[in-house]
Design a protein around this ligand. Structure first.
Ligand code: ZN
Length: 154
């Protein structure tokens, strides 16, 4: 292999490795969280700066179990509504993504995904107060005890 070809190959490899990370770091308004078959999120807190006018949250399910057995969603609420939404959502059913239709306390939520699936939600921050008390949880029945975290805005 010539030196030029080696250099070209090295550059291509570098670009392939580096690009996805740069794409992430470039936008602080884009969040990612991963859930698994052990009923866990990989992050206990998420934060976005107050300069974000909207947030894009992507939820990955890194497990293998189907959504009927080990489905996960990501639901954003204020701290004051956490328990009420957790209780109300359990009975909403999988067909409603385990969120009561029209529940005004739910600030944003994703669909329920199963193993190997990814989903995302885009929501405006206009209803959020900088420094407010916000939390996220998975509302699949029985999951929120383990699957929850704090969401910082600003
Ligand atoms: Zn879950």
């Amino acid at each position: 292999m010539t030196l030029m070809r080696s250099l070209a190959l090295a550059l291509v490899l570098c670009a392939a490795l580096a690009l996805p990370r740069f794409a992430h770091a470039a936008d602080p308004c884009q969040l990612e969280i991963t859930a698994n078959d052990q009923m866990q999120y990989d992050k206990q807190s998420l934060s976005v700066p107050a300069s974000c006018t909207q947030v894009i949250l992507t939820l990955h399910h890194a497990g293998k179990l189907p959504r009927e057995a080990m489905g996960h969603n990501w639901v954003l609420v204020s701290g004051a509504d956490y328990n009420a939404v957790a209780n109300a959502s359990m009975s909403a059913g999988l067909a409603n993504e385990y969120v009561q239709p029209g529940d005004k306390r739910v600030i944003a939520h994703t669909k329920v995904v199963g193993g190997g699936q990814t989903t995302s939600v885009t929501f405006p921050t206009s209803g959020l107060k900088a420094g407010g008390d916000y939390r996220y949880l998975c509302t699949f029945p029985g999951h929120n005890a383990l699957m929850h975290g704090t969401f910082k805005f600003g």
